[in-house]
Design a protein around this ligand. Sequence first.
Ligand SMILES: Cc1cc2nc3c(=O)[nH]c(=O)nc-3n(C[C@H](O)[C@H](O)[C@H](O)COP(=O)(O)OP(=O)(O)OC[C@H]3O[C@@H](n4cnc5c(N)ncnc54)[C@H](O)[C@@H]3O)c2cc1C
Length: 359
Amino acid sequence: MKTTSEHYDVIVVGAGPAGCIAAKRLGQGGLKVLMIEQRRVIGSNVQCAEFVPLTISRHAALRASDIAQHVQGIKTFINGKLVSTLRAPGYVLNRVLWDEYQAQLAKAAGVSIMTATRVSGIDGKDLRVSNGAQSREISADFILGCDGPRSIVSKKLENEPQEMCVALQVERMLTKPLDHAEIYFDPAYYGGYAWVFPKGKTANVGVAIHASYKDKLKSALADFCRKTVSMGVIQAGAASVATGGLIPAGGLVKNLANDHMLVAGDAAGCTHPITGAGIMNAVVSGDLAARAVILQVSSSGREQVSKNYTRTLLEEYGTQFTIASDRLMSRNQRWTDNQEEFSALIRRSWIAFPEYYMQ
Ligand SMILES: Cc1cc2nc3c(=O)[nH]c(=O)nc-3n(C[C@H](O)[C@H](O)[C@H](O)COP(=O)(O)OP(=O)(O)OC[C@H]3O[C@@H](n4cnc5c(N)ncnc54)[C@H](O)[C@@H]3O)c2cc1C
């Protein structure tokens, strides 16, 4: 590919939370920014259970309509029994609205947005973009990969495929409102867990399991729905169309940046390896990546983007993710059908229990 006439200071690939926050910050920094998104409608279809901590509002704008429900915290069930109630106030979002709003804010900051357009190749600072049958080349001084778990930018940075969980989710009617997000551990959900995250009268009901067990995902979700119907949590009856996706579980990728490419959010492995939570981390890492680019530009190259970004991301997540990855690996190696042993195993490897922090 040759350098093209269509040139930007920064191209952001992907308009999820990481991409929108990064693009907004870069636009506010006075840079010429293009954000490219393969979906026709930003935020749709939602592939997420939408639970975020209350503190997200310190990092990203939130309107009342973006919040489906407030929750007080997390209830944890092991083998069908309630074993912990953790105070951790949060929201279950309407991500379809919230993601779209983040894109609007980026646009208001001067960012150009291309939807229904896929980045299909990267060669140096040139990107090949395809829109249906048409394909063309665009270039940028910096390429910011916010393109999720199957990131083309991360691959270009020579990162190995990440350790993944696979998830499947439906929306179901609740029998009564819930004021907590509910997490269920069961030996049948290998390497992961199931959840009921309330949205008023309905809830996101899903299961995530280690990717090596993906063949069992559908039956795990059916099993979980049956159990939560019999526990009186959700109503019997029709579910919405299933949605799902990949959740990185290996911690930060090795190569977070070079002199002109960076990755943030899921593309950088910013999902918490144990909880699978990635929305807040996408927002924070997207912002840090944008700041590192702005710093390099404003210091005329004296502040190296790669060094700065890698350092700040490791400071933010290094220790936390290393501990979580250790717990995850140890838990998966010892996964068992024995109910007592399983219960002890989860207590050592789930963030709601003191044992998690004591090792
Ligand atoms: C079923 C499920 C449930 C989850 N539940 C929660 C939860 O409750 N709470 C939580 O915090 N996290 C949850 N997560 C994780 C969370 O959804 C992600 O961590 C978060 O969305 C990451 O944001 P991102 O911007 O990095 O990536 P994404 O939201 O994945 O956005 C990436 C964007 O890039 C676009 N893209 C990809 N490749 C290209 C390309 N080549 N060209 C152009 N565009 C491209 C995609 O279309 C997408 O819009 C869940 C994940 C799944 C799968």
